[in-house]
Design a protein around this ligand. Structure first.
Ligand code: LLP
Length: 438
């Protein structure tokens, strides 16, 4: 279990020559820039941190490359899917649609390898759920009848909005009246009647109050879940604490003490087991925690200039590559890899610079705070041709990239045991216009 003392592994404002033992310059030379690089060992380490939980269910929306999903599957991690596309990805990565028939040896109920979690069924996702017979976590009560009609007698999980939430940004807070997510806690009795009427049984209860929050807020969820579990009663066999685990992005921030968090949830589970007289499976559903620190964006510096007194570095990645800074004012550590990998030494004078991308939009700035205010970052003095590495970009990075300004999506590379392999080729300009007609 992780201690509360581990600081970020990022090279804040320094020189970085390697990622997971592979030269940054070589990666850029071999695969081009901008490029996403993932370190498999870091993903493995983050899974081990959570080994106390019965089930780690990866919220693949954070990083859904098939190679990452395949790695997690081999590590025994289950997966969450929020769309027909994510269901397709989970199956393509080798996840089985069905829970094993027998209960686990430890007496816990069988686990669903893939769970569809959403607040609606669009028509494609309902078809995919029915075709593969997937377990569903319902975030709106209308989903109950829609599912019952197509999968009579199914068991479901209810995602409940406990009436409070918290996230690193208002945009990632998923609880309270200001959030569209989940079934409102006070409506639970009604919803249970609806499920019974539709012939569905409720076997799971899930709460997720937001992303990038803190353990103090997350801890409040356990009590709320216990109360709702009492209303559901003995049909309940699985509870999920949702995701939201924080990770350190800024210098000096530390990993949270997850052992205390597990103990709290384990106690909740045990109380429910005593009350219902059977075992309850305890799940956690992180996205960011498992992949954020494994991911790097390697970009090339293409221009160095001053606007009046303000120095700018412009790189070949923009908010089309990594959207978190423009969307939330998110902070990502950055480091520099000198052009030929060796020419300039550590201890170079740092400079406070603005880092921007290639897009025709002023908001295309990586160094900005919430609200779009342009900030600066201390970085070693850069020259055209140097590589800038944007770190802790493995969660909500590639998955939120776009083709804005008709920029092809970057390539993705996974480094395992010191070897890099391409796990998604760079889009071509032909890919960009595929399906369009003149
Ligand atoms: N479970 C559910 C139902 C979720 O909606 C989410 C995230 C997670 C789990 C995983 O949360 P995590 O452990 O990653 O915090 N694009 C934003 C984050 C959006 C999160 C959406 N839902 C960002 O870049 O910070």
């Amino acid at each position: 279990m992780i201690a509360g003392t581990q600081t970020s592994m990022a090279a804040h404002g320094g020189i970085r020559r390697q990622i997971a033992g592979v030269d940054v310059a070589e990666l850029a030379h071999e695969y081009g820039t901008p490029l996403y690089v993932y370190d498999a060992a870091m993903i493995r380490r983050r899974c081990e941190d959570l080994s106390a939980w019965d089930t780690i269910r990866f919220a693949q929306k954070a990083c859904s490359n098939l190679a990452v999903l395949g790695l997690l599957r081999r590590l025994g991690v289950m997966v969450d899917a929020v769309s027909a596309g994510e269901i397709h990805r989970a199956l393509a990565a080798g996840y089985s649609p069905h829970a094993p028939r027998a209960a686990a040896a430890d007496g816990l109920p069988a686990v669903h390898p893939i769970v569809y979690t959403a607040d609606i069924f669009d028509r494609e996702s309902l078809d995919a759920v029915v075709t593969h017979g997937l377990h569903v976590n319902c975030g709106s009560s209308d989903m109950i009848e829609q599912l019952a009609e197509r999968m009579p007698g199914a068991s479901i999980t209810l995602r409940v909005n406990p009436g409070f939430g918290h996230g690193h940004s208002q945009k990632t807070n998923t609880g309270g009246e200001g959030s569209k997510h989940g079934i409102w806690h006070a409506d639970i009795a009604d919803v249970l009647r609806r499920a019974e009427w539709a012939g569905l049984s409720v076997s799971g209860l899930h709460m997720h109050i937001g992303s990038g929050t803190d353990l103090a807020h997350l801890a409040e969820v356990a009590g709320a879940l216990e109360r709702i579990a009492g209303e559901i009663g003995r049909s309940l066999t699985t509870i999920s604490a949702g995701g939201g685990l924080p990770i350190p992005y800024r210098p000096g921030e530390e990993h949270a003490d997850l052992s205390g968090y597990f103990t709290l949830w384990d106690a909740t589970r045990r109380k429910l087991e005593d009350r219902f007289g059977h075992r309850i499976r305890l799940e956690i559903e992180p996205g960011r925690y498992l992949t954020a620190e494994s991911g790097f964006v390697v970009t090339e510096v293409r221009a160095v200039k001053r606007q009046g007194a303000k120095p700018y570095i412009l790189v070949d990645a923009g908010f089309n590559t990594l959207a978190r800074p423009v969307l939330y004012g998110s902070y990502h550590p950055m480091s520099l890899c000198p052009r030929d990998g060796v020419s300039r030494e550590e201890g170079l004078p740092q400079e406070e610079v603005v880092v921007g991308g290639p897009l025709c939009e002023s908001g295309d700035i990586f160094t900005q705070s919430d609200g779009g205010f342009v900030a600066t970052r201390a970085l070693p003095k850069a020259a055209v041709g140097d590589l800038l590495v944007i770190e802790i970009a493995g969660a909500y990075g590639f998955v939120m990239a776009s083709n804005y300004n008709s920029k092809p999506l970057p390539a993705e590379v996974l480094v395992e045991d010191g070897r890099a392999r391409i796990v998604r080729r760079r889009q071509s300009v032909e890919d960009l216009v595929r399906g369009e007609t003149v």
